[in-house]
Design a protein around this ligand. Structure first.
Ligand code: ZN
Length: 277
């Protein structure tokens, strides 16, 4: 029997940061009760927890662990800081394996005072240094290109083309892409690069939210789907035409939505997921 598209939440995943007011246990219970199917756990939600037990708890509630968010931040001016970052990324990979998350999302990093090309070189070296561990634990690494407004200090990987180039350079089946519409919607090369991503089997994750006009905060003013100007239906049909059939992950950082009761927000997420995504 085919699922009713009006009540089908089988591909709905929510990031723990979206419902920021809930601790992990609470988020798991609330998501499960609301019929959400997947959870992407942000690392802060694992602090002080045993990731293996958390994974068991999530699965017992009937949810799928979609990914661990996030590793990355490889570039640094000092060699010592770059080594610390590699160690931190190894811990993220170990935590993902313990949690039962198949994937770590990478926000790759950038440093003011260093060229973007040097940062990209350090990102490639950083990811390469963690690949043997990722391989031994079977954890995939998803490079998330970030909107160019974050090029100074959050990521030197700012287009899908650059992310694909980096994947080409690393040339490893465990390295792919987290495709976030917030970061990519404006790109005139999106269709060709989406095809390239799919043809290389790099479509590891799909994140949704919306772009507010005006955007009042560079980090925490994302819209809920349908509130902004992103052609969410158009982009989704494009990625699905290219073979993507994975989870649709709702990742909204919003001071405006965080000020409301999380249960109410979760109901809005379900509604906008069905009607605008
Ligand atoms: Zn994202």
């Amino acid at each position: 029997m085919k699922a009713d598209p009006l009540t089908d939440f089988s591909r709905l995943c929510v990031h723990t940061i979206t419902t920021r007011g809930w601790k992990l246990d609470e988020a798991v219970d609330q998501y499960a009760e609301a019929g959400v199917s997947g959870i992407t756990v942000w690392r802060q939600w694992l602090e002080g927890q045993d990731p293996q037990k958390s994974g068991e708890r999530i699965r017992a509630a009937g949810l799928k662990v979609v990914s661990l968010c996030r590793g990355g931040f490889y570039p640094a001016l000092e060699e010592k800081t770059r080594s610390q970052s590699i160690e931190d990324n190894k811990r993220a990979i170990e935590d993902a394996a313990a949690l039962g998350a198949p994937l770590v999302v990478l926000v790759c990093g950038a440093v003011p005072g260093q060229s973007l090309s040097e940062s990209r070189k350090q990102i490639a070296e950083g990811i390469a240094a963690t690949l043997p561990l990722a391989e031994s634990l079977g954890v995939r690494l998803a490079i998330e290109p970030l909107h160019p407004m974050y090029a100074a200090d959050r990521s030197a990987i700012n287009t899908l083309a650059t992310a694909n180039d980096l994947c080409d350079e690393l040339n490893h089946p465990l390295v792919g892409i987290a495709y976030d519409v917030y970061h990519l919607w404006w790109d005139p090369d999106l269709e060709a690069q989406t095809r390239r991503t799919a043809e290389a089997n790099r479509f590891f994750a799909y994140h949704v939210c919306d772009w507010m006009t005006p955007t009042t905060d560079l980090l925490n003013d994302r819209g809920l789907m349908g509130e902004g100007c992103i052609d969410l239906r158009g982009i989704r049909s494009m990625v699905e035409r290219n073979g993507f059939s994975g989870m649709i992950e709702v990742e909204v950082f919003s001071n405006r939505w965080w000020a409301k009761p999380p249960r109410e927000f979760l109901q809005e997420i379900k509604y906008t997921y069905l009607n605008h995504t």
